[in-house]
Write a protein that binds this ligand. Structure first.
Ligand SMILES: CC(C)(COP(=O)(O)OP(=O)(O)OC[C@H]1O[C@@H](n2cnc3c(N)ncnc32)[C@H](O)[C@@H]1OP(=O)(O)O)[C@@H](O)C(=O)NCCC(=O)NCCS
Length: 153
């Protein structure tokens, strides 16, 4: 897996992918710049590349002991090849390194691929946020505990 930190010169490609994958609420280049401005203090962003360029990215917002999966996405051409799981695993390693003991995320309740990925990675439902993504677009809140002893490793 070809993972590496996201850099400022990746922002345009990531914003284009975000617009394709989250058409109702994409992150602009300015928002991504804002996120990268907080690396490494409270943020961590990695990308995955194939021969055609960036095809996946993931972001962590961490204020230990809590962390949030800020974003995770894989380009349609590269989905179902294990890249999403590799990105999430890398985020978990980084979260543990920072002393995060519980990771949260919100996901559209109809997003079955993402929910399957999260549940198979040990995330559990904490409840629901009505209209979180807009009228009628409800979110599920998921949490994964990271054991303290693992957080120290
Ligand atoms: C969710 C997403 C990141 C998964 O990335 P991916 O690289 O395709 O996922 P992987 O190949 O690593 O698959 C990991 C697991 O996710 C689940 N999964 C992924 N795609 C799935 C699909 N279409 N249907 C059902 N389960 C799916 C499976 O449990 C899979 O494990 P398996 O292959 O052993 O069955 C990707 O579908 C995506 O970018 N979607 C659009 C953006 C998005 O919704 N992001 C999440 C916002 S909260």
């Amino acid at each position: 897996m070809s993972l590496r930190p996201m850099r400022w010169w990746d922002v345009e490609a990531v914003a284009a992918l975000d617009a394709e994958l989250f058409p109702h609420d994409p992150w602009s280049a300015e928002q991504l710049w804002g996120e990268l401005a907080h690396v490494p203090e409270t943020r961590w962003y990695d990308v995955h590349e194939d021969a055609d360029g960036i095809d996946g990215y993931v972001g962590l917002y961490a204020v230990p002991p809590d962390g949030d999966v800020a974003t995770i996405a894989v380009a349609p051409r590269s989905q179902r090849q294990g890249i999403g799981r590799a990105l999430l695993d890398a985020l978990v390693v980084e979260a543990r390194r920072r002393g995060v003991t519980q990771l949260f995320l919100e996901v559209l309740e109809t997003n079955e691929p993402a929910i399957a990925l999260y549940e198979s990675s040990g995330f559990e439902s904490q409840g629901r946020r009505r209209d979180y993504y807009g009228p009628g677009l409800h979110a599920v809140v998921l949490r994964r505990r990271l054991a303290r002893e693992e957080a120290a490793s």
